[in-house]
Design a protein around this ligand. Structure first.
Ligand code: ASP
Length: 306
C-alpha cells in the first residue's frame, strides 16, 4: 500500500459565481487546477517531499495565465508587474520569500532559494531579482506577462482610480499549495501578483510568513488568498497554527474560527487551504467561491463554487 499523503491547492477566492464564468472559462480553470494537482501529486505518490510538491504545484499555477501569479500577474499602477511569493518547510520552520519582483518567471522558486541558499527570509525588489538570477532564475520581459484581459482590468481600475483585487468582480487570484508527504512533513507555498493598479510598492499577506503562508509539522500548513490587508492584520496562517498548538483546536475548528468568524467580523474577504499533521484537509472561504483542489492517496477533486 502506498504511504499516506495529502495535497491541496488554490487559485484565488472571491466573487466567483456560476453566472460570471462561461462554460469554457470554467472548464479552463478546472483544467488548470487539475494540472497543478497532478504535478504535485506525482511527486507525493512517488514518495517525494511536501516541499517539492508545493513548489511544483505553485509553479504550474504561476505558468498558467488564468491565475494572478507569475505569467498571469495583474498590472500595477505603472503598468508593470510586482510579484510576491513565499514558501515554508514545516519540518524545521525554515522559510523564504520574495516581494516586488518584476521579471522572475517563477517567484516561488526564488522564495525557495532564499530559504535554502541565503541566510535571510525575505528579499525585495531589485535585490531579490539579482539574488535569484545569480542562482539561475529565468527572467521574462514585460511581453511575457502581458495579457489582454489583465490589461483591460488595469485600464478600468486606472479610469476609476481604484485599486482592485484581481478581477473587477472582486476575485483574489493568488495561488498556493499545502502538502503533507509520506514522511509526515508539512509544507506551504503561496504566490501572487497582488492587486490591480496597486501603488507605492504595496505588499499584501502573500510574502509575509505567518500571514499568507505558514507550516509547522506539529500543527498544520496554510496558504491564504484574499484581501491582503486584512490577512496581514489578522496574522491568519499563524493564528490557525497557534489555535491548534496552544488551544488544542482541531484544524477544522481553527479554520472556522479564523475564516468564518474573526475575518468576517473585520470585513476581510477570502479563504485558505490547510492540511494538518495527520493529513486532514480543510478549504474554508468566506467569499462566493474559491478555485481549489485537493488530493490524497485515493481521491482527488477540483472545485470552484460554494
Ligand atoms: N492576498 C493577495 C494580496 O493581498 C491577493 C490575493 O489573494 O489574490 O496581495
Amino acid at each position: 500500500m502506498s504511504q499516506q499523503f495529502s495535497l491541496a491547492i488554490h487559485g484565488g477566492a472571491g466573487t466567483i459565481t456560476r453566472n460570471l464564468l462561461t462554460p469554457a472559462k470554467e472548464a479552463a480553470y478546472l483544467s488548470g487546477l487539475s494540472h497543478a494537482i497532478s504535478a504535485g501529486k506525482s511527486i507525493l505518490s512517488a514518495g517525494g517531499s511536501a516541499l517539492d510538491a508545493v513548489e511544483t504545484a505553485v509553479i504550474a499555477l504561476e505558468n498558467n495565465p488564468l491565475f494572478n501569479a507569475g505569467k498571469g500577474a495583474v498590472f500595477n499602477h505603472q503598468g508593470g508587474h510586482e510579484m510576491d511569493a513565499s514558501i515554508m518547510d514545516g519540518s524545521n520552520l525554515m522559510a523564504g520569500a520574495v516581494t516586488c519582483v518584476q521579471s522572475l518567471k517563477n517567484p516561488v522558486q526564488a522564495a525557495r532559494w532564499v530559504m535554502e541558499r541565503s541566510e535571510h527570509v525575505l528579499l525585495s525588489g531589485a535585490g531579490a531579482e539579482k539574488f535569484a538570477m545569480e542562482h539561475g532564475a529565468v527572467a521574462e520581459s514585460n511581453d511575457y506577462f502581458y495579457d489582454q484581459f489583465r490589461f483591460e482590468q488595469w485600464q478600468e481600475a486606472v479610469a476609476s482610480n481604484s485599486i482592485q483585487l484581481d478581477h473587477s468582480e472582486k476575485k483574489f487570484g493568488t495561488v498556493g499549495a499545502v502538502a503533507m508527504d509520506s514522511a509526515g512533513n508539512l509544507a506551504a507555498a503561496t504566490s501572487t501578483g497582488g492587486m490591480t493598479n496597486k501603488k507605492w510598492g504595496r505588499i499584501g499577506d502573500t510574502p509575509v510568513i505567518g500571514s499568507g503562508t505558514y507550516a509547522n509539522n506539529h500543527t498544520c500548513a496554510i496558504s491564504c488568498t484574499g484581501h491582503g490587508e486584512f490577512f496581514l492584520r489578522a496574522v491568519v496562517a499563524y493564528d490557525i497554527s497557534c489555535l491548534m498548538e496552544y488551544k488544542g483546536l482541531t484544524l477544522k475548528q481553527a479554520c472556522d474560527l479564523v475564516v468564518m468568524e474573526k475575518l468576517v467580523k473585520m470585513g476581510g474577504e477570502g479563504g485558505l487551504i490547510a492540511v494538518d499533521h495527520q493529513g486532514h484537509i480543510e478549504l474554508p472561504f468566506n467569499s462566493e467561491g474559491m478555485y481549489r483542489g485537493w488530493a490524497n492517496n485515493s481521491n482527488e477533486e477540483v472545485l470552484i463554487y460554494k
